[in-house]
Design a protein around this ligand. Structure first.
Ligand SMILES: *Cc1c(COP(=O)(O)O)cnc(C)c1O
Length: 411
């Protein structure tokens, strides 16, 4: 937990609800089914929610695996799991993007479990193990298979064959997990999903044929849980290998899901209980009345068509309140919630400041709370709305809330 008192900062902050995070995690566990372990993804600062704030909450809620991007993030998460009283939550931490030169010592020191696929990953870890005199099978790694994203992972066939020869009985490395990642999990009948499952199945056969018995087989993300693929295909595959099935969920933990699309129709998520965990807030720091014809903001992209009452908010694109949320007289932008009403962004969002129209909300006063993302009196400004205006994804909107916005864990 970050010890920032809202009173001591410029009034821009994000409230992250521990209760809702726990609730979303439990909902995902239920949706994934009893047989499937759910790895809670806290990479990229927990999608902007604060990894060191969220990780202990998730571990308390029962997450036995957490996923981070890098060793650096993993070390910070490991430290966050140590409670002030001295007890340590035993969660495993998967480093999902491999280890880089120089990171291997910190990786082992913090007890992180790296995803590997390049031979240099294996070399680095083996060398470190030798230097430390570690016994065989003492460093658990998870091997990623590229089944059709051409991003990370070793290809089934000869390349996989070669990597598997490295896991000899006297190697310090233990093949604890085998995983893959899907390119289009949210598109239910995309033939690529079938192709990727099939390629994964044949890779698992290769692993078995090499005499290796990984304890975990994992695949899939939020959309995999949502579509049910994680609860059906995955356990069957894992069972066949005597392994535990695991899926990796990020976006849904934070209360968001992609629409599952099948052809033209777009059925909503099957995870209707999910609730966004983060409310992004600020306060009115200045108010002014302008006459018709007044120009507002950089480049005067908005000219007051009538007398207007404007509220100034101390938030801008340097905080992740994107410039694409700006408006002109011709095109509406986003809005914020003030007194349970929408107050439209007027003119350009600038680096540190934004102006909103409060002409229709006469009760607005200096210091009033404005909701940038979240709910107020039944109205919602969603990350999806920001994403739509910015021509991007909910993922990018959430990750884009910048470091200078303090994250406060609330109940
Ligand atoms: C980010 C990530 C996930 C989680 O994806 P969501 O869509 O956020 O649930 C799962 N697996 C891997 C390998 C990832 O990088």
């Amino acid at each position: 937990m970050r010890s920032v008192d809202v009173q001591d900062t410029r009034p821009v902050w994000a409230e992250v609800s521990a209760g809702l995070l726990r609730q979303n995690y439990r909902l995902l566990r239920r949706a994934a089914g009893l047989e499937v372990e759910v790895l809670a993804v806290v990479k990229a600062n927990a999608y902007g929610h604060g990894a060191t704030e969220c990780a202990p909450v998730l571990a308390d809620a029962g997450a036995s695996w957490l996923g981070v991007t890098s060793v650096e993030e993993g070390v910070a998460v490991r430290v966050s799991l140590r409670s002030p009283g001295g007890s340590v939550k035993p969660a495993r931490i998967l480093v999902m993007c491999g280890v880089w030169f120089g990171e291997q010592a910190a990786c082992l020191d913090a007890g992180l479990t790296p995803v590997v696929w390049e031979t240099y990953h294996l070399d680095l870890l083996e060398r470190e193990a030798q230097q430390r005199g570690l016994p065989s099978g003492s460093i658990a790694v998870h091997l990623e298979i590229d089944t059709g994203m051409a991003r990370q992972g070793v290809s089934p066939g000869t390349a996989l064959e070669n990597v598997l020869t490295r896991f000899t009985p006297d190697s310090p490395l233990l093949l604890e997990g085998v995983l893959t990642h899907f390119a289009s999990a949210e598109v239910l009948d995309d033939p690529q999903n079938r192709r990727q499952w099939t390629a994964f199945a044949s890779a698992l056969q290769q692993v078995q044929a090499a005499g290796l018995r990984p304890a975990f087989v994992h695949a899939g993300n939020t959309s995999g849980v949502d579509s049910g693929a994680a609860a059906t295909e995955l356990p069957e595959m894992a069972r066949g290998m005597g392994a535990t099935a695991m899926t990796r969920a990020g976006l849904a933990l934070y209360g968001h899901a992609l629409p599952l699309s099948r052809g033209a129709e777009e059925p909503a998520s099957h995870l209707p209980g999910l609730r966004p965990v983060l409310d992004w807030k600020t306060r009115v720091v200045s108010l002014r009345d302008v006459a018709a014809g007044a120009t507002i903001g950089y480049n005067a992209t908005f000219v007051a068509p009538r007398t207007m009452r404007l509220a100034l908010l101390p938030v801008g694109y340097a905080d992740g309140f994107r410039r694409a949320l700006s408006s002109t007289n011709a095109a509406e932008g986003s809005a914020v919630l003030l007194h349970g009403r929408r107050a439209s962004v007027v003119g350009r969002v600038s680096m540190d400041l934004s102006v909103v129209d409060v002409s229709a909300i006469p009760e607005v006063q200096m210091g009033d709370e404005a909701v940038l993302l979240g709910e107020s009196e039944g109205l919602v400004i969603s990350a999806a709305e920001h994403a739509r205006l910015a021509g991007t994804s909910v993922y990018e909107v959430l990750c884009g809330i910048s470091d200078r916005v303090p994250r406060l864990i609330v109940d």
